[in-house]
Design a protein around this ligand. Structure first.
Ligand SMILES: [Zn+2]
Length: 286
């Protein structure tokens, strides 16, 4: 099967250092395998999004030498596909309506795949997936063997919210299959989500891609860069310094004799193999 990788940012701000690392890492893996590199804008959570963010991120990537092999897929235009997946789960009896108030959602008023809260006529329910007592195991290409008891770790997780938005886990799984992704390369903050996604793939009869979770970039105080107050936007009008830092973060050589992003990436690619990526879950950004 031909390798297909992807970079899938959420449009919650400008391209920042942590997402540049994920973009560069996924690009290098795809090019190293002689495969395709695709883009997906995960714009399914309007309350969290920043106007102009998708255009800003998509506009910045080529300035860093990161050019995709196809136009980007926008999740905001994929509602029909998520509806179809949801109906498939519903028809198979794998989901149940949840009437818990927002305050109850973490509480767990659920028993045997049912919500114990009384239906509220004035609004739609959230929908949860019935999660059995099952261990999901997979081998991450960088982080090694992983096992998670899905019931303990996630419980009956929400796949469609009260507002009608689909959860990240469902949209991600449906679109990875739609785009024919063979390997997911992304930041280690999503390692915990992977068993939920593998379980959803099984529920929906979708293939499971290989996974590689890159070390998470932390700031000087040990916080995830994208979560910290300084979100560390990178400057696409002056790409070489941030691109060198991203390559250095991935233990790759960064040429000093040119500022051309394409030349920096080609040089790194010539020295790249996935096995030589840093085997750690997080590290400080320089
Ligand atoms: Zn409930």
């Amino acid at each position: 099967m031909n390798y297909r990788g992807r970079f899938a940012p959420s449009p919650t701000g400008h391209l920042h250092f942590g997402s540049l690392v994920a973009a560069v890492g996924s690009w290098l893996c795809a090019r190293h395998a002689g495969g395709q590199w695709l883009l997906r804008v995960e714009d399914i959570d309007p309350p969290r999004e920043m106007p102009g963010s998708a255009e800003s991120i998509l506009g910045a990537l080529p300035a860093f030498g990161l050019v995709a092999d196809a136009p980007p897929l926008f999740q905001s235009r994929r509602r029909d596909a998520y509806d179809a997946a949801f109906e498939q789960l519903k028809a198979a009896g794998l989901v149940f309506p949840c009437w818990c108030s927002r305050n109850d959602l973490a509480g767990g008023l659920h028993l045997d795949g049912q919500c114990l809260a009384a239906p509220v006529e004035a609004r739609a329910p959230a929908w949860r997936l019935r999660v059995p007592d099952v261990d999901i195991a997979f081998v991450d290409s960088l982080q090694g063997p992983q096992t998670q008891n899905l019931r303990l770790a996630a419980g009956d997780f929400v796949i469609r919210r009260v507002e009608g938005y689909y959860a990240y886990q469902l949209a991600c799984v449906v679109d990875d299959a739609f785009q024919g992704i063979t390997q997911v390369v992304r930041g280690n903050d999503l390692l915990d989500s992977t068993p939920r996604q593998i379980f959803l793939q099984r529920c929906l009869d979708l293939p499971t891609p290989a996974y590689l979770h890159l070390p998470l970039a932390l700031d000087g105080e040990g916080r995830k860069l994208s979560k910290s107050e300084r979100a560390h936007p990178v400057d696409p009008t002056h790409p070489a310094p941030a691109l060198r830092r991203a390559l250095d973060f991935l233990d790759l050589p960064a040429r000093q004799d040119t500022n051309d992003p394409a030349a920096l990436l080609e040089h790194a690619l010539a020295h790249f193999s996935p096995e030589r990526l840093p085997h750690c879950s997080e590290r400080a950004a320089a």
